[in-house]
Design a protein around this ligand. Structure first.
Ligand code: ATP
Ligand code: MG
Length: 255
């Protein structure tokens, strides 16, 4: 069903003891859509992303992925379904090269007189192709990851996710530690992987980034959705009050 959203959240709640971190979150994400998730500190953004990616279990509410209700008991289960949180470098092995990181545990091997032989050229070509589709340039795919920058490592993570059939990627403040140029490239890459049909949720505190990359902006405030708007139909002036809650006060003053 092409018109079924990739992911649908229905009335997701999460309590940590007496704290109600999420109080009924509902929105959906389409294939190839970039959703910027905005909200003040403690609004519930990271909690929501962890619930989607199997790191936390919701207290109530339903998650439908490709139209089917799913409960992911672990990040590994979510990953197997094609949902992953991409961190800057946490899951890369720094002492091997880019190609080895892509194929870790899934190497292409052919047997020659019963002896398994790694198909290095084939693997490198596959990595190069995925990277080219995302517009990622790494000086050499044979460089050990320890010699690459934070932005390059992030690009490798994202490309690896795409390569293995990822469908929904969650980015929790992915560019917080990056410089201006690396951030620009990161945003470009997000657009290019979305253009390949992948859904993207990106948490950012920088309004300009949200407006640069997102198709839709969802604002979370005190654990509820305070706004869900198409980027082309809104502006930072409209979104800021959704984040701070000042819109309500402003309206009250006008009344
Ligand atoms: N493991 C936990 N145990 C108890 N409370 C938690 C836990 N994780 C999050 N919270 C609380 O849930 C609320 C939402 O936190 P969350 O980390 O989702 O916010 P956030 O929107 O990601 O904020 P930030 O922008 O600062 O990263 C906060 O009040 C936080 O203190
Ligand atoms: Mg957070």
């Amino acid at each position: 069903m092409a018109d079924t959203p990739l992911l649908q959240l229905e009335e997701i709640t999460k309590n940590f003891g007496a704290i109600q971190a999420l109080r009924g979150i509902s929105f959906s994400i389409g294939r190839g859509e970039v959703v910027a998730l905005l909200g003040d500190n403690g609004a519930g953004k990271s909690t929501l992303v962890k619930i989607i990616s199997g790191g936390l279990e919701q207290s109530s509410g339903r998650i439908l992925f490709e139209g089917v209700e799913r409960k992911f008991a672990s990040p590994a289960e979510a990953k197997a379904a094609g949902i992953e949180t991409v961190y800057q470098d946490l899951s890369l092995c720094t002492n091997v090269d880019v190609v080895a990181n892509f194929f870790m545990g899934r190497e292409i091997v052919k047997k020659w007189f019963g002896i398994p032989i790694l198909q290095e050229a084939e693997m490198e070509a596959a990595v190069a192709k995925t990277m080219a589709n995302a517009g990622t340039r790494i000086p050499s795919l044979r460089t050990n990851v320890e010699h690459l920058s934070g932005g390059q490592r992030q690009a490798i993570e994202l490309n690896r996710f795409v390569h293995w059939g990822g469908k929904l990627v969650l980015l929790d403040e992915p560019f917080a530690a990056l410089g201006v140029e690396q951030t620009r490239r990161g945003l470009e890459m997000v657009k290019r992987i979305a253009a390949q049909g992948i859904g993207v949720v990106i948490i950012t505190h920088i309004m300009a980034q949200a407006f640069q990359v997102a198709d839709r902006i969802v604002v979370i405030r005190h654990g509820v959705v305070a706004g869900d708007v198409k980027r082309t139909a809104t502006s930072p002036d409209e979104v800021v009050p959704m984040i701070t809650g000042e819109a309500l006060q402003g309206q009250a003053q006008q009344a």
